[in-house]
Design a protein around this ligand. Structure first.
Ligand code: ACO
Length: 375
């Protein structure tokens, strides 16, 4: 049995094409001023037709494996947290296994929406702690642009695409890694933030398609209230389980949903914003990918040092929440190794073989303009 389970690798990836608030002004009745002041978001990334949740996850995963100094075949567990899998079945983690060139890992997905990275991390930590895996890859990855209703200004300004990953490894050294965990699930939120159709309860039909029920539906105010209530409480519970006080924490990495929610959590915990990592202005809300991308950026930009105590905390559909208090042990300089990993793309457009373009029609001109500008 290992003495500890530590983060040894980290990586992130977002598609190249940027969807700005100005682009959204041409799609729905909104304004850069409204979006920036109510959410803090200025732009987000959108996946092209040769990118899916699996390709974004594979790129972030390969970057995490590179920072860990491992070969992809040394990974023996792959967990992908997502609400936008490539297919209802098989699990996206299986596709990621193939894309990264791994032949031996067990692979499955976890579904906990924006809290998925914390749920996936906790699951992988348990496998490694129990001796059932030596190196586990956890990826939060989303292509939310594929399940967003671009006629609904309440939601379409919020979401973006991307992936963030960590490698957790067994260690013979004492300490480090996850010290405290809090996971919650509140069924009262099931129909306040959801995709109503596409499952066994309400299969996709001409009626559900016409009503847009295959896309994200959200009660923004209720979700806002839930988030501000829950995030600080979950973070405090994880900190207490670690045997720390809030004063011991060097950096909080919250789910990047809304700057006003993040401000309110910082206030509740008594932290100045310098102790809270924010990148939502550039990515929007990438759901399960959010804290994974933020963690990789925080380490890569020198915000995390060996010995630092950090807390990742997220909330999402369910309603769920997840908080992990962890001690950082890896050399942040290893971040540089991720730069050598180029984006993984499908050789074929569409879903890996058909001519169907998975990109929503309203986004295709933006992707085409970005491609033209790049050549
Ligand atoms: N542009 C312009 N006006 C808008 C827009 C927009 N994009 N969206 C809403 N409005 C309007 C509304 O129609 C409303 O107008 P009305 O007063 O005439 O009816 C007005 O702005 C105020 O609407 P509110 O909903 O009260 O705005 P609020 O300040 O609450 O901000 C927001 C809305 C940003 C959605 C906020 O409620 C929020 O962030 N909620 C949490 C959402 C969230 O974090 N979701 C992520 C979940 S994670 C997951 O699992 C996917």
């Amino acid at each position: 049995m290992p003495r500890s389970v530590r983060v040894t690798g980290w990586g992130a990836h977002a598609p190249e094409t940027v969807l700005t608030n100005a682009d959204l002004e041409r799609i729905v009745e909104t304004s850069d001023e409204w979006i920036a002041s109510r959410t803090g978001i200025r732009e987000r990334r959108i996946a092209g037709r040769d990118e899916t949740t699996a390709t974004l996850a594979a790129t972030a995963g390969l970057r995490a494996i590179a920072t860990a100094g491992l070969d992809p075949d040394e990974i023996d567990l792959i967990i992908v947290a997502t609400l936008t899998p490539d297919y209802p079945m098989p699990a996206t983690a299986i596709l990621v296994k193939e894309l990264i060139g791994n032949r031996r890992a067990a692979a499955f997905d976890v579904a906990a929406a924006c809290s998925g990275f914390a749920y996936g991390y906790a699951t992988a930590d348990s496998f490694v702690r129990a001796g059932a895996a030596r190196h586990a890859l956890v990826v939060g990855a989303e292509t939310l642009s594929r399940v967003t209703d671009f006629t609904d200004r309440n939601t379409c300004v919020l979401f973006g695409d991307g992936a963030g990953a960590v490698v957790l490894s067994a260690s013979d050294a004492e300490g480090g890694g996850m010290a405290g965990l809090e996971l919650t699930a509140d069924p009262g939120g099931c129909e306040l933030l959801w995709i109503p159709s596409g499952g066994s309860r309400r299969p996709v039909s001409p009626g559900t398609l016409a009503r847009g029920e295959h896309t994200i539906r959200m009660d923004g105010r209720e979700t806002y209230r839930y988030a501000t209530r829950t995030l600080a409480a979950s973070a405090e519970a994880a900190i207490a389980r670690a045997g720390w006080t809030t004063a011991d924490v060097d950096l909080v990495i919250p789910h990047q949903a809304n700057i006003r929610i993040i401000d309110s959590v910082a206030r509740s915990l008594g932290y100045p914003m310098e102790r809270v990592f924010v990148n939502l202005d550039r990515y929007g809300n990438t759901s399960a990918a959010s804290v994974g991308i933020a963690l990789a950026e925080a380490v890569g930009t020198g915000r995390v040092q060996v010995g630092d105590r950090i807390v990742i905390v997220a909330f999402g559909a369910g309603y769920t929440s997840g908080a992990i208090a962890l001690e950082w042990t890896a050399d942040p300089a290893a971040s540089a190794r991720a730069a050598a990993i180029p984006p993984v793309r499908f050789a074929h457009p569409g879903d890996g073989g058909t001519d169907e373009d998975p990109v929503p029609a309203v986004l295709r001109p933006i992707l085409a303009a970005a491609a033209a500008a790049a050549t």
